[in-house]
Write a protein that binds this ligand. Structure first.
Ligand SMILES: *Cc1c(COP(=O)(O)O)cnc(C)c1O
Length: 405
């Protein structure tokens, strides 16, 4: 089969497992915040590969890190260590509360490691009774069977037979519900410091503080899933910094690799000690190619210029989305933080977020949804003002089209 065989969207249905339903167009090229499809149509990308492409497409620093490393060493396995992995871990630990890093290849795997570590820590340190994990309704932590069970959307974990046990859920921002459930048997509380997939829902600052206190009172670990909020997305390297609460374990992925698959779990020396040699692992985790790219991304993201720039861009989006809403009255709220933003449908447009996404594609702008009611924006953290303007003008046309229907 020729490697230049022309493909089309219909062929997807013939050769792929039908768990996805991708767009009708097929992107072939990206540069910064712009993407081109097979027909040469150009799009402004506000989706950013679901909060992954934090420096846009094909950023020169990433391309050069990848090319350079690709000529030295691609892969070793964890039978050996490598320079990029250690350098990146040094940078991550210097920039955060953490002292130790475990590498994975995705968000779900980083969370799987976090949950297994929490269980080991609790059982070894406090005894077999301490196994309960508490998480939040509408939370999302990935698609492995453990992480999807801890996630707060039963629709994603039902229908696969017996689930991992010892997992309970309470409503996000409901401190009384957590207080009623947490006990000496609780091993960990896992949460997103801003729910992404669940609808771009911010926690109350008081709630997060209370979660930390309840964990402390019950000797439970606090795990922050920063797979979506992390690596500059909310305007600080990690969202916990702005909440004034420090977790015991933090997971990072998505923007961490800027488009190259990598995940990481960060924790303290004392907790890390419970993953002794042989207790957990990954063939690819800490792969030199992934770590070299991630290090290049880190060097740009973890600067005042980039992080302040996220706040600036947040303002551009919020102001222009508010102006669109003045005209068309479709949103009840524009929410979120940094460049993890959501426009929630008002009553009249309830359940129709996807219509806006599809109309956006027709008008040359890629956006995301978060549930049926929220249009989500997770663009490049360094998107230009011109691209923001152009993309939102296109989005306005999409809104006008949906409203006119
Ligand atoms: C995307 C996401 C995950 C899962 O990451 P994968 O790389 O798809 O496994 C986990 N947690 C949160 C908060 C996410 O947004």
């Amino acid at each position: 089969m020729a490697d230049n065989m022309t493909v089309n969207r219909e062929m997807f249905n013939d050769v792929m497992v039908p768990n996805y339903n991708p767009a009708s167009m097929i992107p072939v090229k990206g540069e910064g915040a712009r993407v081109w499809d097979q027909d040469g149509r150009e799009y402004v990308d506000f989706a950013g590969g679901i909060a992954v492409n934090c420096l846009g497409h094909c950023h020169p620093a990433m391309v050069s890190a990848l090319q350079e490393q690709s000529q030295k060493l691609w892969h070793l396995s964890n039978v050996f260590t490598n320079g990029p992995a250690i350098r990146l871990a040094k940078k991550l630990t210097e920039a955060t509360f953490a002292d130790r890093v475990y590498y994975a290849n995705s968000g779900a795997e980083a969370n799987e490691a976090a949950l297994k570590l929490a269980r080991r820590w609790a059982i070894e340190k406090h005894g077999e009774h301490k196994q309960k994990i508490i998480a939040f309704t509408k939370g999302f932590h990935g698609r492995t069977f453990f992480t999807v069970t801890v996630g707060g959307q039963p629709a994603y974990s039902d229908g696969f037979g017996p689930k991992p046990g010892g997992v309970d859920h309470v409503d996000y921002n409901n401190i009384d519900a957590l207080k009623a459930l947490i006990s000496d048997d609780t091993c960990a509380v896992m949460m997103e410091p801003l729910q992404g997939e669940g609808g771009v829902v911010s926690p109350d600052v008081e709630f997060v503080k209370a979660v930390r206190e309840l964990c402390d009172q019950n000797n439970a670990l606090l795990i922050f899933d920063e797979v979506q909020t992390g690596f500059g997305r909310t305007g600080s390297l990690y969202a916990y910094e702005q909440l004034g609460v420090t977790p015991d374990i933090l997971t990072s992925a998505k923007a961490l690799g800027g488009g190259f698959p990598i995940g990481a779990m960060l924790t303290t020396t004392e907790i890390a000690e419970h993953l002794k040699p042989g207790t957990h692992g990954s063939t690819y985790g800490g792969n030199p190619l992934a770590c070299a790219v991630s290090e290049a991304v880190f060097d740009i993201v973890n600067t005042k210029e980039t992080l302040d720039g996220v706040k600036q861009r947040e303002q551009w989006f919020k102001e222009q989305l508010a102006a669109i809403n003045e005209k068309y009255n479709v949103f009840s709220e524009i929410r979120g933080q940094g460049l993890l933003l959501g426009a929630a449908m008002n009553k009249e447009y309830e359940g129709r977020a996807r219509d806006f996404l599809l109309a956006g594609q027709e008008h040359g702008v890629m956006v995301l949804i978060a549930g049926a009611n929220v249009v989500r924006f997770t663009p490049s953290l360094v998107i230009s003002e011109e691209d923001v303007k152009e993309g939102l003008q296109r989005f306005e046309k999409a809104v006008a089209q949906v409203v006119g229907q």
